[in-house]
Design a protein around this ligand. Structure first.
Ligand code: GLU
Length: 434
Protein backbone atom coordinates (compact mmCIF):
# COMPACT_ATOMS: atom_id res chain seq x y z
CA UNK A 1 0.00 0.00 0.00
CA UNK A 2 1.39 3.42 -0.92
CA UNK A 3 2.08 5.65 2.01
CA UNK A 4 -0.39 8.47 2.45
CA UNK A 5 -0.53 10.63 5.54
CA UNK A 6 -2.67 13.57 6.40
CA UNK A 7 -2.63 16.60 8.62
CA UNK A 8 -6.15 17.57 9.62
CA UNK A 9 -6.30 20.90 11.43
CA UNK A 10 -9.56 22.56 12.43
CA UNK A 11 -9.42 26.15 11.20
CA UNK A 12 -10.68 27.60 14.47
CA UNK A 13 -7.48 29.32 15.51
CA UNK A 14 -3.85 29.80 14.60
CA UNK A 15 -1.47 26.87 14.21
CA UNK A 16 0.65 26.39 17.29
CA UNK A 17 3.73 24.31 17.93
CA UNK A 18 1.64 21.36 19.11
CA UNK A 19 -0.27 20.89 15.88
CA UNK A 20 2.67 21.84 13.70
CA UNK A 21 4.56 18.98 15.30
CA UNK A 22 1.82 16.63 14.12
CA UNK A 23 1.94 18.20 10.64
CA UNK A 24 5.70 17.87 10.51
CA UNK A 25 5.82 14.21 11.51
CA UNK A 26 3.14 13.38 8.95
CA UNK A 27 5.08 15.32 6.33
CA UNK A 28 8.42 13.70 7.18
CA UNK A 29 6.95 10.23 7.14
CA UNK A 30 5.26 10.77 3.75
CA UNK A 31 8.46 12.18 2.25
CA UNK A 32 10.59 9.43 3.73
CA UNK A 33 8.37 6.77 2.21
CA UNK A 34 8.03 8.52 -1.14
CA UNK A 35 4.31 8.83 -0.40
CA UNK A 36 1.69 11.55 -0.39
CA UNK A 37 1.02 14.21 2.23
CA UNK A 38 -2.56 15.45 2.40
CA UNK A 39 -3.78 18.65 4.02
CA UNK A 40 -7.34 18.11 5.18
CA UNK A 41 -9.23 21.05 6.59
CA UNK A 42 -11.61 19.90 9.34
CA UNK A 43 -14.17 22.65 8.97
CA UNK A 44 -17.44 20.88 9.68
CA UNK A 45 -17.98 23.17 12.65
CA UNK A 46 -19.25 25.96 10.44
CA UNK A 47 -19.64 28.38 13.28
CA UNK A 48 -16.13 28.17 14.71
CA UNK A 49 -14.27 27.54 11.44
CA UNK A 50 -13.07 30.70 9.72
CA UNK A 51 -11.68 31.13 6.18
CA UNK A 52 -9.01 33.46 7.56
CA UNK A 53 -7.68 30.62 9.71
CA UNK A 54 -7.53 28.33 6.64
CA UNK A 55 -5.52 31.02 4.89
CA UNK A 56 -3.33 31.56 7.96
CA UNK A 57 -2.51 27.89 8.42
CA UNK A 58 -1.54 27.57 4.75
CA UNK A 59 0.75 30.59 5.10
CA UNK A 60 2.33 29.04 8.18
CA UNK A 61 2.86 25.62 6.59
CA UNK A 62 4.38 27.17 3.46
CA UNK A 63 6.65 29.40 5.53
CA UNK A 64 7.86 26.28 7.33
CA UNK A 65 8.45 24.57 3.99
CA UNK A 66 5.86 21.85 4.61
CA UNK A 67 4.29 21.62 1.18
CA UNK A 68 1.32 19.30 0.70
CA UNK A 69 0.43 17.21 -2.34
CA UNK A 70 -3.34 17.23 -2.01
CA UNK A 71 -5.81 19.26 -0.03
CA UNK A 72 -9.53 19.27 0.61
CA UNK A 73 -12.07 20.63 3.03
CA UNK A 74 -14.52 18.52 4.96
CA UNK A 75 -17.23 21.10 4.27
CA UNK A 76 -17.08 19.99 0.60
CA UNK A 77 -17.99 16.43 1.54
CA UNK A 78 -21.28 16.61 3.45
CA UNK A 79 -22.94 14.35 0.86
CA UNK A 80 -20.41 11.60 1.54
CA UNK A 81 -20.98 11.80 5.29
CA UNK A 82 -24.73 11.67 4.72
CA UNK A 83 -24.32 8.48 2.67
CA UNK A 84 -22.17 6.93 5.38
CA UNK A 85 -24.75 7.92 7.99
CA UNK A 86 -27.51 6.20 6.01
CA UNK A 87 -25.43 3.08 5.56
CA UNK A 88 -24.83 2.89 9.30
CA UNK A 89 -28.53 3.40 10.04
CA UNK A 90 -29.43 0.64 7.58
CA UNK A 91 -26.98 -1.77 9.14
CA UNK A 92 -28.33 -0.99 12.60
CA UNK A 93 -25.12 0.57 13.87
CA UNK A 94 -26.45 4.12 14.15
CA UNK A 95 -29.44 4.68 16.41
CA UNK A 96 -31.57 7.68 17.28
CA UNK A 97 -31.52 9.05 20.82
CA UNK A 98 -33.78 11.69 22.29
CA UNK A 99 -32.20 12.71 25.57
CA UNK A 100 -31.59 16.40 26.06
CA UNK A 101 -28.20 17.71 27.21
CA UNK A 102 -29.67 18.22 30.68
CA UNK A 103 -30.99 14.68 30.88
CA UNK A 104 -27.63 13.29 29.81
CA UNK A 105 -25.88 15.46 32.36
CA UNK A 106 -28.18 14.21 35.13
CA UNK A 107 -27.48 10.61 34.13
CA UNK A 108 -23.76 11.25 34.17
CA UNK A 109 -23.84 12.86 37.59
CA UNK A 110 -25.84 9.97 38.96
CA UNK A 111 -23.37 7.44 37.55
CA UNK A 112 -20.44 9.35 39.01
CA UNK A 113 -22.13 9.43 42.41
CA UNK A 114 -22.50 5.67 42.29
CA UNK A 115 -18.86 5.37 41.31
CA UNK A 116 -19.55 3.89 37.88
CA UNK A 117 -17.93 5.21 34.69
CA UNK A 118 -20.11 7.73 32.84
CA UNK A 119 -20.91 5.47 29.91
CA UNK A 120 -24.12 6.01 27.97
CA UNK A 121 -26.70 3.45 29.18
CA UNK A 122 -28.26 2.84 25.74
CA UNK A 123 -31.71 3.72 27.05
CA UNK A 124 -32.63 4.89 23.54
CA UNK A 125 -32.32 1.33 22.23
CA UNK A 126 -35.17 0.31 24.52
CA UNK A 127 -37.61 2.90 23.20
CA UNK A 128 -40.67 1.44 21.50
CA UNK A 129 -42.12 2.87 18.28
CA UNK A 130 -44.83 4.49 20.41
CA UNK A 131 -42.27 6.10 22.72
CA UNK A 132 -40.46 7.53 19.72
CA UNK A 133 -43.66 8.83 18.18
CA UNK A 134 -44.57 10.50 21.45
CA UNK A 135 -41.14 12.11 21.80
CA UNK A 136 -41.23 13.36 18.24
CA UNK A 137 -44.74 14.74 18.69
CA UNK A 138 -43.35 16.74 21.63
CA UNK A 139 -40.98 18.29 19.12
CA UNK A 140 -37.86 16.39 20.13
CA UNK A 141 -35.33 15.79 17.40
CA UNK A 142 -32.99 12.79 17.55
CA UNK A 143 -29.26 12.78 17.73
CA UNK A 144 -27.53 9.62 16.54
CA UNK A 145 -25.12 7.35 18.35
CA UNK A 146 -22.89 4.69 16.91
CA UNK A 147 -23.49 1.30 18.53
CA UNK A 148 -20.10 -0.02 19.55
CA UNK A 149 -19.59 -3.77 19.52
CA UNK A 150 -18.77 -4.90 23.02
CA UNK A 151 -15.60 -6.69 22.08
CA UNK A 152 -11.84 -6.09 22.38
CA UNK A 153 -10.36 -3.41 20.12
CA UNK A 154 -6.64 -3.73 19.50
CA UNK A 155 -4.00 -2.23 17.28
CA UNK A 156 -0.26 -2.14 17.13
CA UNK A 157 0.49 1.54 17.52
CA UNK A 158 3.73 2.63 15.87
CA UNK A 159 4.59 4.72 18.94
CA UNK A 160 2.70 3.13 21.82
CA UNK A 161 3.02 -0.51 20.78
CA UNK A 162 0.10 -2.87 21.37
CA UNK A 163 -2.87 -0.76 22.43
CA UNK A 164 -6.06 -2.30 23.78
CA UNK A 165 -9.55 -1.07 24.55
CA UNK A 166 -12.83 -2.84 25.10
CA UNK A 167 -16.03 -1.65 23.47
CA UNK A 168 -18.00 -1.99 26.69
CA UNK A 169 -15.78 0.55 28.43
CA UNK A 170 -16.57 3.25 25.89
CA UNK A 171 -19.70 5.32 25.43
CA UNK A 172 -21.48 4.93 22.13
CA UNK A 173 -20.30 8.12 20.40
CA UNK A 174 -22.65 10.74 18.99
CA UNK A 175 -22.03 11.06 15.26
CA UNK A 176 -24.93 13.38 14.43
CA UNK A 177 -26.29 16.07 16.66
CA UNK A 178 -29.97 16.91 16.96
CA UNK A 179 -29.53 20.06 14.87
CA UNK A 180 -28.28 17.87 12.00
CA UNK A 181 -24.63 18.85 12.40
CA UNK A 182 -21.93 16.23 12.35
CA UNK A 183 -19.31 15.48 14.91
CA UNK A 184 -15.69 15.00 13.91
CA UNK A 185 -15.79 11.26 14.64
CA UNK A 186 -17.57 10.03 11.51
CA UNK A 187 -16.18 12.55 9.01
CA UNK A 188 -12.64 11.66 9.88
CA UNK A 189 -13.25 7.95 9.30
CA UNK A 190 -15.02 8.56 5.98
CA UNK A 191 -12.23 10.86 4.78
CA UNK A 192 -9.42 8.59 5.90
CA UNK A 193 -11.20 5.66 4.26
CA UNK A 194 -12.10 7.41 0.99
CA UNK A 195 -8.69 9.02 0.56
CA UNK A 196 -7.02 5.71 1.46
CA UNK A 197 -4.83 7.12 4.21
CA UNK A 198 -2.22 4.51 5.09
CA UNK A 199 -0.97 6.06 8.34
CA UNK A 200 -2.94 8.17 10.80
CA UNK A 201 -0.37 10.07 12.83
CA UNK A 202 -1.77 12.33 15.53
CA UNK A 203 -1.60 13.34 19.16
CA UNK A 204 -2.10 10.99 22.05
CA UNK A 205 -5.33 12.81 22.94
CA UNK A 206 -6.92 10.87 20.07
CA UNK A 207 -6.15 7.36 21.35
CA UNK A 208 -9.67 6.58 22.54
CA UNK A 209 -11.09 8.14 19.36
CA UNK A 210 -9.00 5.65 17.45
CA UNK A 211 -10.61 2.74 19.31
CA UNK A 212 -14.03 4.06 18.28
CA UNK A 213 -12.97 4.96 14.75
CA UNK A 214 -11.61 1.47 14.15
CA UNK A 215 -15.10 0.09 14.73
CA UNK A 216 -16.76 2.75 12.58
CA UNK A 217 -14.22 2.13 9.85
CA UNK A 218 -14.87 -1.61 9.96
CA UNK A 219 -18.63 -1.04 9.94
CA UNK A 220 -18.23 0.99 6.74
CA UNK A 221 -15.94 -1.62 5.18
CA UNK A 222 -12.82 0.53 4.94
CA UNK A 223 -9.26 -0.72 4.98
CA UNK A 224 -7.75 0.12 8.39
CA UNK A 225 -4.77 2.47 8.40
CA UNK A 226 -1.78 2.10 10.72
CA UNK A 227 -1.86 4.39 13.74
CA UNK A 228 0.85 6.37 15.50
CA UNK A 229 -0.08 8.48 18.51
CA UNK A 230 2.63 10.86 19.57
CA UNK A 231 2.86 12.20 23.11
CA UNK A 232 1.56 15.69 23.73
CA UNK A 233 3.64 18.80 24.25
CA UNK A 234 3.52 20.90 27.34
CA UNK A 235 4.91 24.32 28.03
CA UNK A 236 6.92 24.86 31.21
CA UNK A 237 3.84 26.53 32.68
CA UNK A 238 1.61 23.54 32.05
CA UNK A 239 -0.92 22.80 29.35
CA UNK A 240 -0.85 23.82 25.75
CA UNK A 241 -3.90 24.54 23.71
CA UNK A 242 -4.55 27.19 21.14
CA UNK A 243 -7.36 28.56 23.25
CA UNK A 244 -5.09 29.03 26.24
CA UNK A 245 -2.71 30.88 23.94
CA UNK A 246 0.11 28.42 23.29
CA UNK A 247 2.96 29.46 21.03
CA UNK A 248 1.47 30.07 17.63
CA UNK A 249 3.58 30.01 14.51
CA UNK A 250 2.57 33.49 13.39
CA UNK A 251 3.87 35.02 16.63
CA UNK A 252 7.08 33.01 16.43
CA UNK A 253 7.60 34.22 12.86
CA UNK A 254 6.98 37.82 13.92
CA UNK A 255 9.46 37.40 16.76
CA UNK A 256 12.13 36.42 14.24
CA UNK A 257 12.32 32.69 15.01
CA UNK A 258 13.67 30.84 11.96
CA UNK A 259 11.57 28.05 10.40
CA UNK A 260 14.51 25.66 10.46
CA UNK A 261 14.80 26.13 14.23
CA UNK A 262 11.11 25.24 14.65
CA UNK A 263 11.39 22.16 12.43
CA UNK A 264 14.61 20.98 14.07
CA UNK A 265 13.11 21.24 17.54
CA UNK A 266 9.66 19.83 16.81
CA UNK A 267 10.93 16.83 14.86
CA UNK A 268 13.10 15.71 17.73
CA UNK A 269 11.11 16.63 20.84
CA UNK A 270 10.08 13.53 22.70
CA UNK A 271 12.53 11.35 20.75
CA UNK A 272 15.83 9.78 21.68
CA UNK A 273 17.71 12.01 19.18
CA UNK A 274 19.65 15.11 20.25
CA UNK A 275 18.09 18.47 19.44
CA UNK A 276 20.31 20.31 17.00
CA UNK A 277 19.92 22.21 13.77
CA UNK A 278 19.04 19.91 10.90
CA UNK A 279 18.01 20.36 7.32
CA UNK A 280 14.64 19.07 6.18
CA UNK A 281 16.47 16.32 4.26
CA UNK A 282 18.21 15.17 7.43
CA UNK A 283 14.96 15.26 9.39
CA UNK A 284 13.28 13.15 6.71
CA UNK A 285 16.09 10.59 6.74
CA UNK A 286 16.16 10.39 10.53
CA UNK A 287 12.43 10.05 11.20
CA UNK A 288 11.65 6.79 12.94
CA UNK A 289 8.54 6.19 15.07
CA UNK A 290 10.45 3.83 17.31
CA UNK A 291 12.51 6.80 18.57
CA UNK A 292 9.43 8.47 20.06
CA UNK A 293 8.87 8.01 23.78
CA UNK A 294 5.62 8.01 25.71
CA UNK A 295 6.42 10.85 28.10
CA UNK A 296 4.96 14.32 27.56
CA UNK A 297 7.57 16.49 25.88
CA UNK A 298 8.24 19.92 27.36
CA UNK A 299 8.32 22.80 24.92
CA UNK A 300 10.56 25.68 25.86
CA UNK A 301 10.69 28.73 23.62
CA UNK A 302 14.28 29.32 24.71
CA UNK A 303 15.26 26.27 22.66
CA UNK A 304 13.88 27.99 19.57
CA UNK A 305 15.77 31.16 20.43
CA UNK A 306 18.99 29.24 20.97
CA UNK A 307 18.65 27.37 17.68
CA UNK A 308 17.73 30.56 15.81
CA UNK A 309 20.78 32.37 17.19
CA UNK A 310 22.99 29.46 16.21
CA UNK A 311 21.52 29.35 12.73
CA UNK A 312 21.66 33.11 12.06
CA UNK A 313 25.12 33.64 13.50
CA UNK A 314 26.51 30.93 11.23
CA UNK A 315 24.70 31.96 8.07
CA UNK A 316 26.90 32.50 5.10
CA UNK A 317 26.49 35.83 3.31
CA UNK A 318 25.29 34.01 0.19
CA UNK A 319 22.38 32.54 2.15
CA UNK A 320 21.10 35.86 3.50
CA UNK A 321 22.14 38.25 0.77
CA UNK A 322 18.69 38.51 -0.73
CA UNK A 323 17.06 39.26 2.62
CA UNK A 324 19.40 41.98 3.90
CA UNK A 325 20.80 45.29 2.78
CA UNK A 326 24.36 45.20 4.02
CA UNK A 327 27.55 44.10 2.32
CA UNK A 328 29.51 40.97 3.10
CA UNK A 329 32.04 42.68 5.44
CA UNK A 330 29.25 44.19 7.48
CA UNK A 331 27.43 40.85 7.69
CA UNK A 332 30.54 38.98 8.76
CA UNK A 333 31.30 41.61 11.38
CA UNK A 334 27.97 41.51 13.15
CA UNK A 335 26.37 38.10 12.49
CA UNK A 336 27.86 36.52 15.62
CA UNK A 337 25.91 39.00 17.71
CA UNK A 338 22.53 38.45 16.14
CA UNK A 339 19.93 36.49 18.05
CA UNK A 340 17.70 36.77 15.03
CA UNK A 341 18.06 38.21 11.56
CA UNK A 342 16.04 41.32 12.36
CA UNK A 343 18.63 42.29 15.02
CA UNK A 344 20.78 43.29 12.07
CA UNK A 345 18.79 46.53 11.81
CA UNK A 346 20.01 47.61 15.19
CA UNK A 347 23.63 47.31 14.05
CA UNK A 348 22.85 49.09 10.80
CA UNK A 349 21.45 51.92 12.92
CA UNK A 350 24.49 51.94 15.17
CA UNK A 351 27.03 51.89 12.37
CA UNK A 352 25.31 53.89 9.66
CA UNK A 353 22.76 56.17 11.31
CA UNK A 354 22.86 58.86 13.94
CA UNK A 355 22.94 57.72 17.56
CA UNK A 356 23.52 59.51 20.83
CA UNK A 357 26.65 58.13 22.45
CA UNK A 358 26.72 57.04 26.08
CA UNK A 359 29.51 58.96 27.71
CA UNK A 360 30.94 57.83 31.06
CA UNK A 361 34.01 60.03 31.07
CA UNK A 362 34.18 62.69 28.37
CA UNK A 363 37.71 63.70 29.24
CA UNK A 364 38.90 60.15 28.64
CA UNK A 365 37.04 59.57 25.36
CA UNK A 366 38.17 62.97 24.06
CA UNK A 367 41.74 62.09 24.88
CA UNK A 368 41.38 58.78 23.04
CA UNK A 369 40.59 60.73 19.84
CA UNK A 370 44.14 62.05 19.83
CA UNK A 371 45.52 58.55 19.32
CA UNK A 372 43.01 57.27 16.75
CA UNK A 373 45.15 56.05 13.84
CA UNK A 374 44.31 56.87 10.26
CA UNK A 375 43.93 53.16 9.37
CA UNK A 376 41.54 52.64 12.33
CA UNK A 377 43.61 49.70 13.58
CA UNK A 378 41.95 49.04 16.90
CA UNK A 379 44.83 47.25 18.70
CA UNK A 380 47.29 49.93 17.74
CA UNK A 381 44.85 52.57 18.99
CA UNK A 382 44.17 50.85 22.31
CA UNK A 383 47.86 50.28 23.00
CA UNK A 384 48.50 53.97 22.62
CA UNK A 385 45.51 55.02 24.75
CA UNK A 386 46.55 52.51 27.41
CA UNK A 387 50.05 53.94 27.49
CA UNK A 388 48.84 57.50 27.64
CA UNK A 389 46.09 57.06 30.27
CA UNK A 390 47.22 54.03 32.28
CA UNK A 391 43.76 52.46 31.86
CA UNK A 392 43.36 48.81 31.01
CA UNK A 393 40.76 46.04 30.63
CA UNK A 394 37.14 47.05 31.10
CA UNK A 395 38.06 50.58 32.23
CA UNK A 396 39.74 51.08 28.93
CA UNK A 397 37.26 49.40 26.57
CA UNK A 398 33.85 50.00 28.09
CA UNK A 399 33.79 53.82 27.86
CA UNK A 400 35.01 53.52 24.27
CA UNK A 401 32.36 50.90 23.42
CA UNK A 402 29.58 52.96 25.00
CA UNK A 403 30.70 56.12 23.23
CA UNK A 404 30.95 54.40 19.86
CA UNK A 405 27.84 52.21 19.99
CA UNK A 406 25.71 53.43 22.91
CA UNK A 407 25.63 49.77 23.98
CA UNK A 408 27.45 47.70 26.57
CA UNK A 409 27.54 44.61 24.37
CA UNK A 410 28.06 43.91 20.72
CA UNK A 411 30.48 42.74 18.08
CA UNK A 412 34.17 43.17 18.66
CA UNK A 413 35.15 46.83 18.50
CA UNK A 414 37.94 46.05 16.07
CA UNK A 415 35.38 44.99 13.46
CA UNK A 416 32.79 47.58 14.36
CA UNK A 417 35.12 50.59 14.26
CA UNK A 418 35.81 50.52 10.50
CA UNK A 419 32.08 50.14 9.88
CA UNK A 420 31.36 53.24 11.94
CA UNK A 421 34.10 55.18 10.16
CA UNK A 422 36.56 57.74 11.43
CA UNK A 423 34.48 60.89 11.19
CA UNK A 424 31.49 59.48 13.03
CA UNK A 425 33.73 57.81 15.62
CA UNK A 426 35.43 61.10 16.45
CA UNK A 427 32.12 62.89 16.90
CA UNK A 428 30.77 60.15 19.19
CA UNK A 429 33.97 60.11 21.28
CA UNK A 430 33.46 63.84 21.56
CA UNK A 431 30.03 63.25 23.06
CA UNK A 432 28.13 64.42 19.99
CA UNK A 433 25.21 62.65 18.38
CA UNK A 434 26.47 61.31 15.07
N1 GLU B 1 -9.29 18.07 13.39
C1 GLU B 1 -8.80 17.10 14.32
C2 GLU B 1 -7.94 17.79 15.35
O1 GLU B 1 -7.40 18.86 15.05
C3 GLU B 1 -8.03 16.04 13.58
C4 GLU B 1 -7.65 14.87 14.38
C5 GLU B 1 -7.15 13.75 13.50
O2 GLU B 1 -5.99 13.82 13.12
O3 GLU B 1 -7.93 12.87 13.19
O4 GLU B 1 -7.80 17.34 16.45
Amino acid sequence: MTTKTRFAPSPTGLLHVGNVRTALINYLYARKSGGTFVLRIDDTDLERSKPEYVEALQVDLRWLGLDWDESFKQSERFDEYEKAKNRLIESGRLYPCYETQNELETKRKFQMKRGVPPIYDRAALKLSADDIEKLESEGRKPHYRFKLNHEPIMWNDLVRGETKFHGENLSDPILYREDGTLTYMLCSVVDDGDSVISHVVRGEDHVSNTAIQIQISEALGYHLPEFAHISLLKTREGGMSKRKGGSDIKSLREEGIEPQAILSLLAKMGTSDAIELKSLEELIAELDFSKFGRATAVFDQEDLERLTHKLVSNMDYSEVKSKIEVDEDFWNAVRGNLNKLSDLNEWVEICKKEITPQIDDLEFTKKAIEYLPENLDFSEWMNKVKEATGRKGKDLFMPIRKALTAQEHGPELKVILPLIGKERAIKRLNGEAA
